[in-house]
Design a protein around this ligand. Structure first.
Ligand SMILES: [Zn+2]
Length: 278
């Protein structure tokens, strides 16, 4: 790897371009050949991360910040509902306890801090629901209640107007037809903009969590289709409150130089128009 200063390649999203340093792979032609990219084009790509916040998310945030890569985090409101955790998991509790003696509550406060810090670092934050269900398959009133509840909890952290939402399990399009788009309509009614992904890193699959399989998944899809879009990664695990997708978090810095050979990292606003920052 080598470090290249790219003052002449400043693009709109980068603040203070002078002195910008990015890491690029030594030999991009080898990377293109390895991932069967047909030409020298660099395709626009936006990184998105679902299922957090996790206690290790800050490691990923630091890497993205250092590399000046914009990203969106779709977070689970249930992971930052600390008042509920205090009520349900911190028993028995004296009426005067502030929760400082309850580990589950303290960890929830840490996850909230992670979320606040991620927002402060300039990343977009969207809702990924409260319970991480197949919302195309649950009663409409249950889905609506979850969306509203998630919005109330996440309101201090959401970054855009209208706020962003991503349905779990790819339900934004996998089950869209069966559901006649009802869930997407409901999201619109509850004031959200649904954000799809066009590429998946398949990093949730443990079979892929070795070597560069996840990097290959992304670059092969981009190069085959010869177009950019939003790619789905994960920084969290739905069923684990604290521990994140460690393989993704710990390898992202290694994958970025190879990705830069093929993609041009863009903010979400490159793909989704009419979003105002809150
Ligand atoms: Zn998810």
């Amino acid at each position: 790897m080598k470090k290249n200063s790219l003052p002449g390649m400043c693009i709109g999203l980068l603040v203070g371009c002078s002195g910008l340093t990015v890491v690029q792979a030594d030999d991009c032609s080898a990377i293109r050949a390895q991932y069967q990219c047909q030409d020298d084009a660099r395709y626009p790509l936006h990184l998105s991360f679902d299922d957090g916040p996790a206690l290790q998310t800050p490691e990923l945030v630091q890497v993205l910040q250092r590399e000046h890569i914009p990203a969106t985090f779709f977070v689970l409101a249930g992971k930052v509902d600390c008042e509920r955790i205090l009520t349900e998991q911190c028993l028995p509790r004296s009426p005067t306890s502030d929760g400082s003696d309850c580990e589950a509550y303290q960890q929830c406060r840490q996850r909230r801090d992670v979320l606040a810090d991620t927002r402060k670092a300039g990343f977009e934050i969207g809702s990924h629901s409260y319970l991480h269900l197949h919302y195309t398959q649950v009663p409409p009133e249950q889905a609506r209640a979850d969306f509203v509840r998630a919005r109330q909890l996440l309101e201090p952290y959401l970054t855009t107007s209208p706020p962003l939402f991503r349905l779990p399990f790819g339900d934004g399009w996998f089950n869209h037809k069966e559901n006649n788009g009802q869930v997407l309509k409901m999201l619109e009614q509850t004031g959200f903009t649904h954000i799809d992904w066009q590429f998946s890193a398949f990093d949730w699959n443990t079979d892929n969590q070795q070597g560069d399989k996840i990097l290959s998944n992304v670059l092969e899809q981009v190069c085959q289709r010869r177009q950019g879009g939003v790619v789905l990664f994960h920084d969290g695990v739905p069923e684990q409150m604290n521990e994140g997708r460690l393989f993704t978090i710990r390898n992202m810095a290694r994958w970025i130089p190879a990705m830069r050979c093929v993609v041009d990292f863009k903010p979400l606003s490159f793909f989704v128009k009419n979003l105002a920052e809150k």
